[in-house]
Design a protein around this ligand. Structure first.
Ligand code: DP6
Length: 353
């Protein structure tokens, strides 16, 4: 007997950044964060999982290449362990309710096949959609009655930011206080239909693999940055509150200002790490100047907001009506960096290199 399930999961881009863990094995953050989940039309992970009593071992393929030594992959093992435990409870509850012939999927080996429809190396939150997709596919395969927020606590143990990809729309990852992580989870702040005029444009400045991984970089920051302590205690709690209000009111100016300030502070905290970590490059900084000028050229309302994760690529949030103008601006000011061999994903994403 073979049981099989396939699902897809979206990418999310934070506007209040997660940077720092208070527990590195449970993946518990030092601050709450908030992100926008992008539509799955352009960027998504897709995972197929098969369970069979005949599989000798559990195996994993990422973008067609098999990963070896899965037993050493702590994050994958944490997600498998948690979902198998829930499946076991589910099997027990069904059999004690008199159901016969429940396949013991909790005990079988799995073949897991996961792929992204975008370049993994570009650092476009591939681990976020990847682990969200893994956990969601397991939950479907195992027919778990578990809520999405409960599943987000499992995805969190794969990669922190992935807990936010379990929901569409605007999603908060509440840092929680408990040492066991039982209250560190994702909740939806507003659904994907709440603010349809808001769009994201992804500018791939470089698709080289980043020099310092997020996982490694953020712990250097926790260990050495004084500015981080100020950020997590004094700045983020108020920003979480204010950006949620801006989202509910669809107040783009407020949303944009908080988004740009939080990206700037995240990179300031990286610079305050000792030795410092640099994720943005000259093109990233030129994009910041361009968006700043563009916002100052109008009638006082903001037209766009930039944000940068742990790499040089820009994500620009803007009302739909401005997107064409922004693409034209970027193409005009960075003509040599616009790679005509790579097609635009569509109006939502463009590639520079
Ligand atoms: C800059 O979620 O990739 O994108 O939990 O160690 O897997 P791990 O880190 P990860 O870090 C993401 C950092 C960020 C900000 C964010 O997405 O909030």
């Amino acid at each position: 007997d073979v049981y099989e399930k396939t699902t897809t999961a979206p990418v999310n881009i934070a506007v209040i950044k997660y940077w720092g863990k208070r527990d590195t094995s449970l993946i518990l953050p030092t601050n709450s964060s908030l992100s926008v989940t992008l539509s799955q039309d352009q960027l998504r992970s897709k995972t197929t999982i098969r369970a069979s009593k005949d599989f000798k071992t559990t195996r994993l393929w990422l973008n067609g290449v098999e990963e070896v030594n899965l037993e050493n992959n702590k994050r994958l093992q944490a997600c498998l362990r948690s979902t198998r435990l829930l499946r076991k409870e589910y099997e027990n509850s069904l059999s004690s309710a008199g159901h016969l012939n429940i396949p013991p999927l909790s005990e079988w080996n799995l073949h897991i096949c996961s792929e992204n429809n975008f370049p993994t190396a570009a650092g476009l939150a591939s681990s976020a959609s990847g682990f969200a997709c893994l956990v969601y596919t397991l939950a479907k395969l195992f027919e778990l009655p578990t809520s999405i927020t409960d599943l987000s606590r499992i995805a969190r143990q794969g990669s922190g930011s992935s807990c936010r990809s379990m929901f569409g729309g605007f999603v908060a990852w509440e840092m929680g206080n408990n040492a066991d992580g039982s209250d560190s989870q994702a909740v939806q702040v507003a659904s994907e239909t709440h603010w349809p005029e808001l769009e994201a444009l992804i500018c791939v400045v470089s698709d080289l693999k980043k020099a310092t991984s997020s996982t490694e970089g953020m712990q250097h920051t926790v260990n050495t940055s004084e500015l981080l302590q100020y950020r997590i205690s004094k700045v983020v709690p108020k920003r979480m509150h204010d950006i949620e209000a801006a989202i509910h009111a669809r107040d783009f100016k407020k949303f944009a200002e908080i988004t740009m300030r939080d990206s700037n502070q995240f990179h300031a905290v990286c610079m305050d790490t000792f030795p410092p970590i640099f994720y943005m490059n000259d093109v990233s900084r030129a994009i910041i100047r361009l968006i700043t000028e563009y916002n100052n050229s109008g009638d006082g309302t903001y037209k766009a907001a930039y944000t940068f994760d742990a790499g040089p690529n820009a994500v620009i949030y803007a009302p739909k009506k401005n997107i064409k103008e922004i693409i034209n601006l970027l193409a005009h000011y960075f003509p040599s960096t616009l790679d005509s061999n790579k097609e635009y994903f569509n109006d939502h994403a463009c590639l520079f290199s």
